[in-house]
Design a protein around this ligand. Structure first.
Ligand code: GUN
Length: 282
């Protein structure tokens, strides 16, 4: 039987610590603020954003949603970002991805002041991560590293496989594992013999977005299995990338979906907002 990595519980504990930290900052007249940009009304994005707002409220972070119509021009959006770069009441700026096709994501991410980039998606922050000198770290991989820390999963010398090479999860995840001295394999849609390759790994991080894709065929006895998937099954139920009931008996540690990685992502966003605030104000 695998030990369950309880992301929800860890997130709640961390958020309580953050609440106390924010309370102390407020006594010094410092009020951490986060602005979230949503362009259009993608329903998955709206769910993420609602959860972010709930967490911010719990912790005492001032959170504002800017919802722009999906046909906002790139120029107008960039001007809005500049407005918040210059607004000292907001220490963190998050632009929810994906953006509509007519808006160049790279231009948008470059426009965010790197000091306010609480997602860690600005090329400067991505570059720092690659150099092993991180400032802001993409929240999902950062939350996963906190889970390893909390459950004392030692990564040094371990074979880790990251499945999925997105800029948001896969690539930064690989860098963070490398920084902890794991031997990292990055797998993606062109990878050959994925199940056999994954079966050599001591640690599997799956971020491919295909429900129940990771079966027991992928998992070595005693492997640590982290499921980043947020997929919907045919009944609209939230399911992970990992076929949990089948994989769980073979794993040493496993994350559930929901209540696994998801709450940690949001928690790290809050942490980085507080950090950004302290860097700007103290
Ligand atoms: N879209 C999906 N995940 C994320 C995230 O962590 N941050 C942003 N900005 N957009 C996302």
């Amino acid at each position: 039987m695998a030990k369950l990595i309880k992301g929800r519980e860890l997130a709640d504990n961390m958020q309580e610590q953050m609440r106390l930290e924010v309370e102390a900052l407020k006594k010094q007249e410092i009020f951490p603020g986060l602005v979230v940009f949503l362009v259009g009304d993608d329903s998955a994005s709206k769910t993420y954003i609602k959860n972010k707002e709930i967490a911010a409220q719990k912790i005492g972070i001032q959170s504002k949603l800017e919802n722009y119509p999906s046909d906002i021009s790139e120029e107008a959006l960039l001007a809005e970002i500049k407005k918040y770069n210059d607004n000292p009441n907001y220490h963190g700026i998050l632009v929810q991805l994906p953006l509509p096709e007519h808006i160049d994501e790279e231009k948008v991410l470059l426009a965010i002041d790197p000091k306010k980039d609480v997602d860690g998606f600005h090329p400067l922050n991505m570059g720092k991560l690659l150099l092993g000198k991180p400032a802001a770290i993409p929240c999902t991989p950062y939350g996963i590293m906190k889970m390893f820390e909390a459950y004392e999963v030692d990564l040094a010398g371990k074979n880790a496989i990251v499945i999925g090479r997105s800029n948001i999860v896969g690539k930064p995840m690989a860098q963070l594992l490398l920084a902890q001295n794991a031997t990292v394999t990055m797998a993606h849609s062109y990878t050959k013999n994925l199940p056999a390759l994954a079966k050599q790994a001591d640690v599997i991080v799956s971020a491919i977005g295909k429900g129940n894709f990771i079966t027991e065929e992928f998992v070595k006895e005693g492997a640590v299995v982290i499921d980043v998937g947020m997929n919907r099954d045919e009944n609209g139920k939230l399911i992970g990338d990992v076929k949990f009931a089948e994989v769980e008996p073979h794993a040493s540690y496993i994350t559930p979906v929901p209540k696994g990685v998801g709450p940690m992502t949001i928690t790290m966003l809050m942490q980085q907002t507080i950090q950004a605030c302290k860097r700007q104000e103290l």
